[in-house]
Each structure stands twice: as structure tokens, then as C-alpha cells.
Design a protein around this ligand. Structure first.
Ligand code: NAD
Length: 247
């Protein structure tokens, strides 16, 4: 579905991002994953390559909250591969601190990585996509971007902003044949959820109409759809992949 497409996936070393990376590779894309540190990037690359030696995957670790470093990394991908067809903004941090214990620094952290870093990756990439005649940008939102969250206000605030950026850029970049969408996962079984006691996961699952938490692959499937030609007329959408959970 993505034969010979060049994709960039931030936060691609583990969790949902890792599942997106492997799903894109299985579908014929060449992928450059971004991680926060050289060690985690190297480990992820060797684990992924061990699954299929034919997969073309590389890794970089620019500081996502530094616009200049991000621009340099994006431009290096264009130089090496000639184009960028798909940009997935997946790296993100969540928060659950109650308001009265919150600090301005913690709030800034959520905004810096979950919002500003998206702008930093999108700006140089959109220029490349415009020049090559089009492309596809997919941001990772969350179900809390629709329902809010009763603690850790920086996190839902950042994800509401992700939706706003997605819908606005879809309108601005549509004429350049650049589609911009978001996926809003519900509770998904990444390391953090997998580490919870079985009873806790069962209690969460019982509140979800589909009766289970999501797997990273459930979420990656939506990223595949949006990046492929099946999503050719979809832009400005925030697709929920949450089993109808309500935060
Ligand atoms: P995770 O913690 O398993 O992975 C996060 C990824 O982001 C990692 O690859 C990590 O390297 C990267 N990252 C974190 N901080 C970074 C930094 N400062 N600089 C660069 N990279 C950094 O998380 P996940 O659960 O897979 O979440 C991925 C995305 O999905 C996030 O945007 C998150 O908000 C969103 N999401 C997750 C869930 C869930 O239940 N897991 C639900 C809704 C939305």
C-alpha cells in the first residue's frame, strides 16, 4: 500500500510509533524513525532489521524541541532520499498531575513536545512536499482531545491544539496537494499500560464498549489507511481509534 514511499515517524522507537514504523515497512515504505537518544534508536533499528533484512529503515535523533535541529534532520532526509511522502508526528508525553501540584515547567514540557515540535517538523517538510507536488502529514492526537481529562491539564490542552493545527493546516495546504490528518487513540497497550496490574487493565477494559484496550497495531492501521491511496480524499480529519472509550 505504500510501495517506495519515503516516511518519517517521530517517536518511532517504541509503542504506537514503533508499530507504525513496522506497518509502513511491511507495506513497502522506506522509513526514517526519530527517537530521543542514539542508544534507543540503535536498539530499535537492530530489532526491526532482525525481523526482515529487506526492510529499509534508518534512524535519527534530533532534539524535537529545537527547530533548527529538526530542520537539519528533515533536510538531510530529503537530500538522501530525494523526497518525503509521509510525515508522522507521533512522539509525545502524557501527564496526569493534579492542577494544584502542577508547575509551569511541567505544563511547558507538554506544549513544547506535543505542540511546538509538530510545527517544527511540519514547517520544513511541508516546503519539501509542496515542491515535489504533494504529501501526507499525520499527527497523533488522543481521545482526551475530544473529552478532556480530569488531571494533567497540559496533556489534553496540547492534544486539543494538535487537532486545531491539523484542521487548519489541512485547509491551508490542501491546494498544495498535502493532506493533513490526525489519529486519536484511546487507551492503548504500550509499555505503560502493559505494566499495569491485570485487574487494573480489566477495570479499564470493562468501561470500553469494545471490551478491551487498544493494541498499537489497531492504531497503526489507521495511520496506514490515512497514508495510503485509500485515504486520498481524506484531509482535516481526526479519526478516533478508541473502541468508543470516553476519557
Ligand atoms: P511511548 O511513551 O511508548 O512512546 C513515546 C515515543 O515518543 C517514544 O518513541 C519516545 O522516544 C518518543 N519521545 C518521548 N519524549 C520524547 C522527546 N522529548 N523527544 C523525542 N522523542 C520523544 O508512548 P505511546 O503510548 O506509544 O504514545 C505515542 C503517541 O500516542 C503520543 O503522542 C501519545 O500522546 C499518543 N497517545 C497514546 C495513548 C496510549 O494509551 N498509549 C493514547 C492516546 C494518545
Amino acid at each position: 500500500m505504500l510501495k517506495d514511499k519515503i516516511a518519517v515517524v517521530t517517536g518511532g522507537t517504541r509503542g504506537i510509533g514503533r508499530s507504525i514504523v513496522e506497518t509502513y515497512l511491511k507495506n513497502g515504505a522506506k522509513v526514517v524513525l526519530f527517537g530521543s537518544r542514539k542508544e534507543t534508536v540503535d536498539t530499535a533499528l537492530s530489532e526491526i532489521r532482525a525481523k526482515d533484512a529487506g526492510w529499509q529503515v534508518e534512524g535519527l535523533f534530533p532534539k524535537l524541541t529545537n527547530a533548527k535541529e529538526v530542520e537539519k534532520a528533515i533536510n538531510s532526509i530529503k537530500e538522501k532520499f530525494g523526497r518525503i511522502d509521509i510525515l508522522v508526528n507521533n512522539a509525545g508525553i502524557s501527564q496526569s498531575t493534579p492542577l494544584y501540584d502542577y508547575t509551569a515547567e511541567e505544563f511547558d514540557k507538554a506544549i513544547d513536545l506535543n505542540v511546538k515540535a509538530l510545527f517544527y517538523t511540519i514547517l520544513p517538510t511541508a516546503k519539501i512536499m509542496k515542491e515535489q507536488g504533494g504529501g501526507c502529514i499525520i499527527n497523533t492526537s488522543s481521545m482526551v482531545s475530544i473529552y478532556g481529562q480530569p488531571a494533567g491539564v497540559g496533556y489534553p490542552t496540547s492534544k486539543f491544539a494538535v487537532n486545531g493545527m491539523t484542521k487548519s493546516l489541512a485547509r491551508e495546504l490542501g491546494p498544495d496537494n498535502i493532506r493533513v490528518n490526525a489519529v486519536a487513540p484511546g487507551v492503548t497497550k504500550t509499555d505503560m499500560v502493559a505494566a499495569l496490574p491485570e485487574e487494573t487493565v480489566a477495570a479499564i477494559s470493562s468501561q470500553i464498549p469494545l471490551g478491551r484496550v487498544g493494541e498499537p497495531q489497531d492504531v497503526a492501521n489507521a495511520f496506514l489507511y490515512l497514508a495510503s491511496d485509500l485515504g486520498s480524499y481524506v484531509t482535516g480529519a481526526v479519526i478516533s481509534v478508541d473502541g468508543c472509550a470516553r476519557a
